[in-house]
Design a protein around this ligand. Structure first.
Ligand code: NAG
Ligand code: NAG
Ligand code: NAG
Length: 445
């Protein structure tokens, strides 16, 4: 017993000493040993925890990006492109560019499952099933057919992230804390661990994404926090979790979601509004592929601008039409999307109901996912709970930040933190589907 204590004592002392030396003499901090990874459906990222300063650092790839598209492209000669480079060639190489692999990880399907049939039609690449029902992707190369599993795709992405850290920190990294959606069952969690093992990394812990988001804001160290609601509005889905925090242990009490409500839906409505406007005012139907692509990008840009400015100018240069500008105000954006904004509170109410608590019982609210940048979302959630949500951390990096904090805790970072633990959830997720109106004039490829 006493020898254990002294070993711990010595290592703490060593860390304290390292910290002191680093601060006094500007010596380099001890290199990180464990990293945090957010392996997301659309974007992934990796971070480290700095033992001396207590800061987390999210590491950029060679292109300077900290959010890496979870996209892997294979070339006919077998070369592999990852992240933004894979996205750049996606349009020219649809059969060999895999995205959304996480949706298939650790799941089994049957050939006649309508959901699986719909997925097969939805994706340009080929999806097949092993005899046991696990999915895999079939990629035609110039001289052969390559098969890759969703775990292998995940492994390729993790290996890419890992190499970015190794380059930046000039140290080999072999251990990881990885985040998964709260509703992932044990099979899906194991499959995620397998993805990491394909990247030759040992998984020290798997934590759920909402718990990671709460850790990013240091809520595990905050006094008097018992119930936390995490609202995650991403590109295509809304997920709400109720966490219960007791003595440094997080328990997921309830989950609810709408997997047909995300940033893209807001864009679709604005795009529909604009195509109607163009048709009414100029008598032009926008149906050309390049025109639509231009419109789509302009709408996304305007949405981002409206998160900080009250208006955005959409400049279009469509075929058979003089170039023209449309001034979109934030008020107009919000009224075009009023119905979607209204739907945000539905899963929140459902999750609170399942957790048997009311809004007044909630101590902290955390916003994650890029779409929570829309000011209206912040206001809406804030007024629903009658308190200000946590939103200071880049909402796309909150999960990886929390995974990195957890990695720091496990790696014995200094200053010592309250060890955050998580109990596996027995809860089932409640799904709320709203009718998704795909605007007829719009385009949703
Ligand atoms: C495969 O082709 C790409 C571009 O066509 C090239 O950059 C790459 O070096 C090639 N890879 C191999 C292994 O030959
Ligand atoms: C199903 O079989 C494939 C190929 O043999 C294997 O890679 C995969 O791990 C199996 N899945 C399960 C859930 O056992
Ligand atoms: C998941 O992995 C753990 C550890 O390797 C193992 O004990 C457990 O049986 C696995 N669970 C499932 C459902 O495969």
């Amino acid at each position: 017993m006493s020898s254990t204590v002294s070993i711990i004592g010595t290592s703490v002392l060593a860390l304290l000493l390292a910290g002191y030396m680093a601060q006094k003499y500007g010596l380099p901090a001890p290199p990180p040993k464990i990293v945090g990874v957010d392996l997301g459906t659309t974007f992934s990222s990796i971070g480290v925890y700095h033992a001396v300063s207590g800061d987390t650092q999210i590491i950029a790839d060679g292109l300077g990006k900290r959010s890496i598209p979870s996209v892997v492209g294979f070339l006919a000669n077998g070369s592999v492109l990852i992240g933004h480079r894979a996205v750049e060639q996606q349009e020219k190489n649809p059969l060999r560019t895999i995205y959304d692999a996480k949706r298939f990880i650790g799941k089994t399907f049957s050939e006649d499952d309508p959901q699986f049939i719909a997925d097969k039609e939805r994706y340009p690449f080929t999806i097949k099933l092993f005899e046991n029902g696990s999915a895999y992707f079939e990629i035609p190369l110039s001289n052969s057919i390559k098969t890759v599993t969703p775990e292998q795709v995940g492994g390729i992405i993790i290996a890419y992230l890992k190499s970015a850290v190794e380059k930046e920190k000039k140290t080999p990294i072999s251990q990881v804390v990885i985040s998964v959606p709260a509703e992932f069952d044990e099979v899906q969690r194991n499959a995620t661990a397998k993805a990491a093992s394909h990247a030759v990394m040992e998984v020290r812990r798997i934590i759920s994404e909402p718990t990671a988001a709460a850790l990013a804001y240091g809520l595990h160290k905050k006094k008097g926090v018992e119930y936390i609601v995490v609202v995650d509005l991403g590109g295509g889905t809304l997920d709400v979790s109720v966490l219960w925090l007791q003595g440094g242990v997080f328990v997921t009490q309830a989950m609810a979601g709408n997997n047909r409500l995300g940033g893209q839906d807001f864009n679709d409505r604005v795009q529909h509004h604009l195509t109607n406007h163009i048709e009414e005012k100029y008598g032009k139907k926008v149906d050309d592929k390049e025109d639509l692509q231009q419109l789509r990008l302009a709408v996304e840009e305007a949405k981002i601008r409206l998160t900080t400015f009250p208006k955005a100018v959409i400049s279009l240069n469509l075929k058979d039409l003089d170039s023209f500008n449309y001034v979109l105000t934030r008020d107009e954006f919000e009224s075009i999307n009023a119905e979607l904004f209204d739907q945000i509170t539905e899963p929140i109410a459902a999750a609170l109901e399942d957790a048997h608590i009311g809004t007044q019982d909630v101590d902290e609210i955390v916003l994650v996912g890029g779409s929570t940048r829309m000011p209206r979302v912040r206001k809406l959630v804030g007024s629903y709970f009658n308190r200000t949500p946590n939103y200071g951390i880049d909402p796309e990096l909150a999960v990886v930040t929390g995974a990195s904090v957890q990695a720091g805790v496990i790696g014995g970072g200094w200053p010592l933190q309250v060890a955050a633990m998580e109990l596996p959830s027995k809860q089932r997720k409640r799904h709320i589907y709203a009718d998704k109106h795909i605007p007829s004039g719009g385009c949703s490829i």
